[in-house]
Design a protein around this ligand. Sequence first.
Ligand SMILES: *Cc1c(COP(=O)(O)O)cnc(C)c1O
Length: 418
Amino acid sequence: MPAFDPTLPESDPEIARLVAEENRLENDKIRLIASENYASRAVMEATGSVFTNKYSEGYPGKRYYEGQQVVDQVEELAVRRLKALFGAEHVNVQPYSGSPANLAVYFAFCNPGDTVMGLALPAGGHLTHGHTVSITGKYFKSVQYGVRKSDHRIDMDQVRDLARQSRPKLLWCGTTAYPRTLDFQAFRAIADEVGALLVADVAHLAGLICGGAHPSPVGIADVVTSTTHKTFRGPRGGMIFCKEKHAAAIDKAVFPGLQGGPHNHVTAAIAGAANEASRPEFKTYAKDVVENAQTLGAALTDAGFGVITGGTDNHLLLVDVTSKGTTGKQLAQALDRAGIVLNYNAVPFDPRKPFDPSGVRIGTPSVTTRGMGKDVMVRIADWINRVTQKPTDDASLARIAAEVKEVCAKYPAPGIRV
Ligand SMILES: *Cc1c(COP(=O)(O)O)cnc(C)c1O
């Protein structure tokens, strides 16, 4: 008897229906979540390929299973492309995602109880940089730096003072809700002064970096970690770049330290994303992402929103909505009903609770991938403003959702099938 091998709609109409619904949702809405994007059809095809079947614990040429004739070529190709794209001495493409990539760095260089330093979550840092609820804050002695009260920028004087006092093993620089350029050289100087390893986490910035729209920490930091699915536009995954002298420690930490078999279908898709990111069009994309964010920031400022730091150097804005008589969560929920998807977010020194903070985070990677430009950014600011004026008026929200859908129809998104 032949093996059971139906299509998704034949085998599981419920999931097939939900896939179709998600396609429609991602097609019809303006997606402004700063960590999201649209992966191309090519990236999706590789992710859905036969490589999901293969086990290949180890690294190319040093595997614990046979049958690696093709898989080794896939991983070597991904590594070769990423090294060229980022100018790195070494890269590991096996981390399952950004958080496991970061955990591998701790495992490579630290023992439980060692001191580590990172940007606090409420100031725009990531959970995995030593937040109390994270394993990285529980198993290590975490020292957190913040942003200045006066201008909401990272306070390098505070970073230096804290580093001198606490002598961390790892100094993390990397952000998830911070609109300004990171000064990797300044972090390097502090790490050198206190004998710390400098780790840059560019999860949000990888696409901007290889597109030339943000300075690169590669060659400055000892280790650079990233996701592959944010501005980089690849499949969900992680990667770690490092200097050659740290290559063995990083590789050993990822496998066998932390993970088993790599996700080869994802590795294939990362190779595809690296190929796309090496095209000249990707440089234009990265530049447009930043220009769109700046245009949106200026329009929101004109409309009376509290744009943190007065604007942005990258792909995201952090916006205090208090002046509009609303909260981050209320606004985010009203916007969702109006066809605009973003996330509520604490602003620096937020007097409100994290579950219903004063702000929202707004990112332009997804809308820029669809080819939306400055004219649409101005309309988005207007839609957001209109939602703050009548946040509970169903008819008004539905009217805006219809306008959003009409604009979205003019900008087909890569990878979406409706
Ligand atoms: C998104 C992000 C991560 C975590 O990535 P996951 O893939 O969600 O685990 C790590 N660091 C930073 C700075 C991020 O923005």
